[in-house]
Design a protein around this ligand. Structure first.
Ligand SMILES: [Ca+2]
Ligand SMILES: [Ca+2]
Length: 285
C-alpha cells in the first residue's frame, strides 16, 4: 500500500519514484543526443571524403545510358535559363541529367543537361556529364561536387585533374568554355583561375561527331590553393557557358569526365627518389 498524507506520497515512497523519473529522463535525453549526433555525422559525411594519399576519382561510367540518369553520390547539376557564366546553389541543384546523346548530336538538339556516351553509340560504356546551350536556354550549365576533409589535418590545397570533352561543334564566334569554381558553402563561388579554364574556339558548323567526343582537353594535376580545415566541406563546380558576350546560340556541347581530386597537406609524406619526403616542403628523411 502507498503511504499517503493528505493525498501526497510520503518522502520514503516519493524518493524512488523521483529517481526512476530522473533515470528515465536521462536515458531519453542520452538517446536523443545519440540520435542527433548520428544524424549530424550522416549529414557531415554526405560528401566525397578527401584523402592525401589516394585521389578520389570519378569517371561517370556508373550513371548508365538513360536520358534521365542519376549522378554519382555527392554530385549535382543545374542549368541556368538566363544567367550566363553564372553558378547556382549546390543545395538546390538536381541530381539527374535531361537527355542522352553521344555521337552525331544534332545541330537542332534541345538545350539541357546531357548524359553523353563516347564512341559510335549513345549507349557506350564511357559516360560523361555535359551541357548544350541554345539561344534561349541552358545559357549556363553547372556540374557540382561536395567534398569533405576528414583527413585529420588542414588541407592546404587540392590537386585536381579532369577532361573536358566536346560532343558538338558550334559556330558561335565567342566559343564556349568550362571554368572551374570552388566554394566553402556551395552557394558563394570563386573562380579557380586560368589553370582551370578550358576554352574552345568557334567551329565552322554545328555538327556532332560520328565518333564522339570530337575533341578532349585534359586539365592535368593542377593545384587549387585553398585551405580546408579538418571536418570542413569544400565544393567544386564546373561552369559551362559561352566564353564572352551574351549570345548563346550555335553552341558547342561540352562535358566533364575523368575527375581526380587529391588533398594536399604539408604533413603528408610521399616518396621522392626512394626517400620519404614531406610533399610540400621537400624535406626528406
Ligand atoms: Ca570519356
Ligand atoms: Ca567516363
Amino acid at each position: 500500500m502507498f503511504e499517503r498524507k493528505n493525498g501526497w506520497l510520503t518522502a520514503e515512497v516519493r524518493r524512488p519514484v523521483l529517481w526512476r523519473q530522473l533515470l528515465t529522463r536521462n536515458v531519453t535525453l542520452a538517446a536523443s543526443i545519440s540520435i542527433l549526433v548520428l544524424i549530424s555525422v550522416c549529414v557531415v559525411f554526405a560528401a566525397v571524403s578527401l584523402s592525401t594519399s589516394t585521389p578520389y576519382t570519378q569517371n561517370f561510367d556508373g550513371i548508365g545510358t538513360a536520358g534521365v540518369a542519376s549522378l554519382p553520390a555527392d554530385w549535382k547539376v543545374d542549368k541556368q535559363p538566363t544567367a550566363i557564366r553564372t553558378l547556382g546553389n549546390y543545395a538546390f541543384a538536381t541530381t539527374v541529367t535531361n537527355f542522352v546523346s553521344g555521337p552525331n548530336l544534332s545541330p537542332t538538339a534541345t538545350n539541357g543537361i546531357y548524359n553523353f556516351g563516347s564512341g559510335t553509340d549513345t549507349s557506350g560504356p564511357d559516360r560523361a556529364v555535359g551541357f548544350l546551350s541554345s539561344g534561349t536556354g541552358t545559357v549556363s550549365g553547372n556540374l557540382y561536387t561536395q567534398l569533405f576533409n576528414n583527413t585529420g589535418g588542414t588541407l592546404t590545397g587540392l590537386q585536381i585533374s579532369y577532361d573536358v570533352e566536346k560532343y558538338r561543334n558550334g559556330t558561335n564566334p565567342a566559343g564556349f568554355r568550362i571554368q572551374m569554381f570552388f566554394s566553402i558553402n556551395g552557394s558563394t563561388w570563386a573562380s579557380a583561375g586560368p589553370n582551370f579554364l578550358t576554352t574552345f574556339a568557334a567551329d565552322s558548323n554545328n555538327n556532332g561527331f560520328s565518333t564522339a567526343p570530337g575533341a578532349a582537353v585534359s586539365v592535368n594535376s593542377k593545384t587549387l590553393n585553398v585551405s580546408v580545415a579538418n571536418g570542413a566541406n569544400i565544393y567544386l563546380a564546373w561552369n559551362y557557358s559561352v566564353s564572352s558576350g551574351s549570345t548563346t546560340a550555335n553552341a558547342q556541347a561540352l562535358a566533364i569526365d575523368n575527375v581526380s581530386i587529391l588533398g594536399l597537406s604539408p604533413h603528408a609524406w610521399g616518396r621522392n627518389r626512394g626517400r620519404q619526403c614531406l610533399l610540400l616542403h621537400s624535406q626528406c628523411r
